[in-house]
Design a binder for this molecule. Sequence first.
Ligand code: ZN
Length: 151
Amino acid sequence: MKKDGKGSIVNTNEYQIGKTHMGCFDTGEDLLEGIERFAADRNIRVARITVIGAVRTAVVAYYDQTVREYQEVTFGEPMEILGCLGNLSLKEGKPIAHLHAVFGDSQGQTRGGHVRPGTDVFFAEVIIEELEGPELHRGYDPVTGLPAWEL
Ligand code: ZN
């Protein structure tokens, strides 16, 4: 987004790296909701998230920039979580995880997208790095139609 006409990263917040949580998911946990529940229980409000492991099924979305809607896709098969990156911020006062993941199937083919509820964890290791600094809230961005950070 070119808020200053230069196309650069603007309106940044600054954070210090705080406590790091490392743990394993229970089998059957929901990847997105499990992280959000963990954050809510421990009052984690801003964080960086990394996950690797495996899922029994995955639900992701692709944001159609023309119609400004997410198109949901379900991959109903066991796959590796090759990489899952994301962050945690606040939306309407609650910690919301924004996660993107690349999954690998039995043939080594990859698929992925914006992680949605319904992604069923078989096994996963998660690292949540708390960030200490200003609260970071999501609101509606009229340029993209997305719930962007309000900086
Ligand atoms: Zn996304």
